[in-house]
Design a protein around this ligand. Structure first.
Ligand SMILES: [Zn+2]
Length: 265
């Protein structure tokens, strides 16, 4: 069913949420656009104007690593102060109420964690851009540290002081293998839910496309909140094309709102 208007969308979603035991939200760029973070893949998005740097290129050349970090710091200046939106806050409320054991996300912006969901309950299929790791020894580095080293050396991407490995944001780049542990956890959550809530994802980028189908085949109900049609709309129990933040705002818990800011559970 495609919700014909906002009121129907909210009522039907409310019914689905109330009659479900285990809800697993799956989020994409659309949940973060109201926070000022653009959908890089959308028409007119950054990636349609500036090709992303594939993993092989990052590994092969210092200049690619320098360029990658230069772009990352430019992004930080634009989007670094982004705060969780209404969608993030609504999902955090579901989590606190015990309705949802965790979230699977394609986003790398850390906004689910910033909304109060513990990091171990956020499965990040594409990693996280708010910190960096050494690709050899896996040591974690904060962006401030990388930026200081970058600026001091006149724009050269620093190597790991411990092992001289390359340091990269903790994201999954084009051409880089999907993280197996996260894929496994995403599958576990998908198979555990009786309501799969796909939000702000076009569900075309692999592996995103696999999860709604997996949930549906396993007997879960499927709700899709996305501005544009997806190829799974036909099998969904509810399709909502209205503004995500507006649709999810009523699900922000009153108690949660009063007590904010809260950290963890
Ligand atoms: Zn290292």
């Amino acid at each position: 069913m495609i919700a014909p208007d906002l009121q129907t969308a909210i009522a039907r979603l409310c019914d689905l949420i109330q009659t479900s035991e285990v809800i697993v939200p799956f989020t994409g760029a659309g949940i973060s656009t109201e926070c000022g973070i653009p959908d890089f893949r959308s028409p007119g998005g950054i990636w349609t104007r500036m090709a992303p740097i594939p993993f092989d290129a990052f590994m092969a050349s210092q200049s690619a690593r320098d360029e990658s970090w230069r772009r990352r710091f430019a992004m930080q200046d634009q989007f670094g102060a982004a705060k969780p939106g209404r969608g993030h806050r609504a999902l955090a409320s579901l989590f606190r109420r015990g309705k949802s054991p965790g979230i699977v996300t394609q986003n790398i912006d850390n906004l689910h964690q910033a909304s109060g969901i513990p990091h171990q309950c956020v499965v990040e299929l594409h990693g996280n851009t708010t910190y960096a790791v050494c690709l050899d020894c896996a040591e974690r580095y904060e962006l401030d540290w990388v930026r200081e080293a970058f600026d001091k050396s006149g724009g050269r991407a620093p190597d790991c002081p411990g092992c001289l490995g390359y340091i990269k944001t903790a994201t999954v780049s084009f051409g880089q293998a999907m993280p197996q542990h996260e894929m496994d956890r995403a599958q576990e959550l998908t198979l555990a839910c009786d309501l799969f809530l796909a939000i702000g994802s076009s569900l075309v980028v692999w592996p995103a496309a696999g999860f709604p189908l997996m949930a549906k085949r396993n007997g879960a109900r499927l709700a899709i909140l996305n501005r544009d049609p997806t190829e799974f709309d036909d099998i969904a129990d509810l399709v909502v094309r209205q503004d995500i933040g507006t649709v999810l705002e009523p699900f922000i818990g009153v108690q949660d709102d009063k007590k904010e800011p809260r950290h963890g559970v």
